[in-house]
Write a protein that binds this ligand. Structure first.
Ligand code: BGC
Length: 444
């Protein structure tokens, strides 16, 4: 649970939206998953909103994920300045305005201001050891300046927070943002006085966005299997991010692989020997798992194809292919239902799970049920929108369906007021908007 310093921007003329009066040209850079992205947007204030935007995406060279901090931030700075150099005529800075950037950095950071924060740990296959404990804004700012450019990083933004800001720019009912991609996480709008970690003055809005880092959630109630233990031991961050390892795209394929290895060893499902490649960790990517899972052909052609191309396993019987499909289904369903439980947990925390009637929350305590004043339900039209992003959610439709079904199941009737909406790539634009609302330059 990390404070984000995103608060007063939540007020707009007495409502709970972003101010939406941001104008001018703003940039965003986004580091956090498999790809790195740069974006520019021309904001037109209340009337024009997003007038124009452009972005570019490049794959992150794998060696940079395990290199030094200087190499990583120099790479970001290089991509950013070459993108800036190609800025067209229809993007315009105001006179006296310098280029301001929203920096989406999707790893846990302890923020000390909206535009500074130190990296707590790496996740999702990154391991750039000397960056831990460093102020990532200062590191990127330094790399940009060494290239002779003058730009200001106005906001450090987790991808969940960017998605929330991007969603809220259009719709005040967005209270929660969830990423289901390579990694997973959620953020939500909390009442400032409930935040025990917050030592500062209470913000005017009375609210603050909390970056939950739910990937690192753990509870003794979560059933942990041999698959989870083995996967954790062989991951780059053992003992950390247990929830993420049960849910997100970086790990689901490997959960399936580990079950298949056990079946191959104990029941010989792929013949007398366990195929060599199957024993290699992280060789089954979640998109391949998804392809197998969505195979609706009568002879499970796609399952056969993936087993053949990824593992060199030929001549599987239909019976074995059905088993593989069932394993994909179980692993996907477990992840999706855990993500749903997380979402419903947040809805409960903010009093939007339907347990509130006439301003009261019904709670169970040791003496039975008692009513408590709803102190947590803030603002809005009664609708709650959960803004979703991430490749796993977007492209793995069975995962998405299982998740939505479990949310409905857990919420019952209250589900009619909860809207789970894809906010595709909202985080980039959200970061640019947060840069605009925390910019040094104030448009007249
Ligand atoms: C990171 C989060 C991020 C999430 C989704 C996790 O591994 O710790 O900060 O929001 O992935 O990208």
């Amino acid at each position: 649970m990390l404070v984000t310093f995103v608060y007063d921007v939540l007020i707009a003329s007495g409502q709970l939206g972003l101010s939406r009066n941001e104008k001018g040209l703003y940039y965003a850079v986004d580091l956090g998953g498999t790809n790195f992205r740069v974006l520019r947007t021309q904001l037109g204030g209340l009337e024009g909103r997003v007038i124009k935007q452009e972005y570019e995406e490049v794959a992150i060279p794998p060696e940079l994920m395990l290199g030094t901090s200087e190499q990583l931030f120099d790479f970001i700075a290089k991509e950013l300045v070459s993108f800036v150099a190609r800025e067209g005529e229809d993007f315009r800075l105001h006179e006296g305005q310098s280029r301001e950037i929203g920096f989406t950095f999707s790893f846990p950071c302890k923020q000390t201001a909206v535009n500074s924060g130190t990296l707590l740990q790496w996740t999702k296959g990154f391991k750039v050891n000397d960056a831990i404990g460093q102020d990532v804004v200062a590191a990127l700012q330094g790399s940009i300046e060494r290239r002779g450019y003058k730009m200001r990083i106005a906001a450090l933004v987790n991808d969940t927070v960017g998605t929330l800001a991007g969603g809220r720019y259009w719709n005040n009912d967005v209270m929660i943002a969830v990423i289901l991609g390579t990694g997973t996480n959620a953020c939500y709008v909390e009442r400032a006085e409930s935040i025990s970690k917050w030592g500062g003055e209470l913000p005017k809005s009375g609210q603050m966005v909390i970056n939950m880092e739910w990937g690192n959630f753990w509870s003794s109630h979560l059933p942990r299997t041999y698959v989870d233990e083995l996967l954790d031991n062989e991951s780059l961050n053992p003992g950390e991010y247990g929830f993420e390892k049960m849910i997100s795209g970086m790990y689901l394929g490997d959960c399936v692989r580990r079950v298949l290895v056990r079946m191959a060893q104990q029941a010989g499902i792929f013949g007398p020997h366990v195929p060599h490649k199957l024993l290699e960790a992280f060789t089954l990517q979640t998109p391949d798992m998804s392809k197998m899972h969505h195979d609706d052909s009568s002879d499970l052609k796609m399952v056969a194809e993936v087993l053949k191309t990824v593992y060199g396993i030929h001549n599987t019987t239909l019976g074995i292919r059905k088993i593989v499909l069932a394993v994909c289904d179980i692993v996907c369903q477990r992840g999706a239902r855990l993500a749903a439980a997380g979402i419903v947990g947040i809805l409960k925390k903010i009093g939007r799970d339907g347990s509130t009637a006439n301003g009261f929350i019904r709670r169970n305590d040791v003496n039975g049920i008692h009513d408590e004043l709803t102190v947590n339900s803030i603002g809005g039209s009664g609708k709650t929108v959960v803004a979703m992003d991430g490749g796993l959610y977007e492209h793995y439709s069975k995962f998405r369906n299982y998740m939505q079904q479990a949310v409905r199941e857990l919420l019952g009737d209250a589900a009619k007021n909860v809207f789970i909406e894809l906010s595709k790539d909202g985080s980039g634009i959200g970061a640019a908007i947060l840069a605009a609302s925390h910019a040094e330059y104030v448009p007249t």
